[in-house]
Design a protein around this ligand. Sequence first.
Ligand code: ZN
Length: 205
Amino acid sequence: MLEPLNRVVLFLSPRPGRDLEFLQKGELIRSYPHLRRDLRRLGAAAVLAELAGELASPPEAAAPIFAALEEALARLEDGLPPDSLLVSFALHFLKLGGYGFHLATCGLCGQEPSPPLAFSIPRGGVVCGACRPQAPSPLADLSPGTWKFLRQAQEMPRDRLSRLALPAWQRDQSLVLIRAFLRHHLALELKSWSFWEKVAIERPP
Ligand SMILES: [Zn+2]
C-alpha cells in the first residue's frame, strides 16, 4: 500500500508527548499498475509527483496541485506518451503554485516576441531577439515551436492538457528551462531528474 505514487488514506493516532504519531491502519484508494511497468511513464510520474509535493506547501495550492497530479497519473496509466504530459503538467503545477511563466509578450519591450527567442531564467519569461542582448541572464534557448507549446500548455485547462504533443527535442528544451527555473527561483533540484534522464530516451524494442 505504501509504494510510491499510490493514493492512500492513513489513520493516525497521537502519541502523547511525541512528535510522531502511530499509524493505525491505511486504505488504498488508487494505484497505477500499468504506469509502474513502463520506465518512461514511471520516470515522468516520479518527476511530477516530486514537483507537486514541493510546490504544494501553501495550503491553498495543495488541493488543485494534487488534483492535477492525479489527472496526470491517470493519463500516464491510460498509456499516453509521457513526453508532452511531463512538460505540460509541470508547467501547470508551476502556475498553480504561483510561478507561472511570462510567455505572451517579451518581458522587456512588451511586444509580441519575434525570433531568435530566448527564455530569461531570472525573469521567468520569453524575451525577443532584439531585447536578447540586454535580457537578465542566464538565458535558455527557446525555439518558436517550443514557445508556442509552453504558451498553450500554460493557458489550457487541466482536462485538455493531455491533447498537446511535442517532439523529443522540444521536450528537452522545455525541461532544461524548467529545471533551471526551479534551481534559480526555488533553489530546488528534484531527485527524480536523474531517474528521468536515464529512462527518457526511447529505445527500439
Ligand atoms: Zn523585446
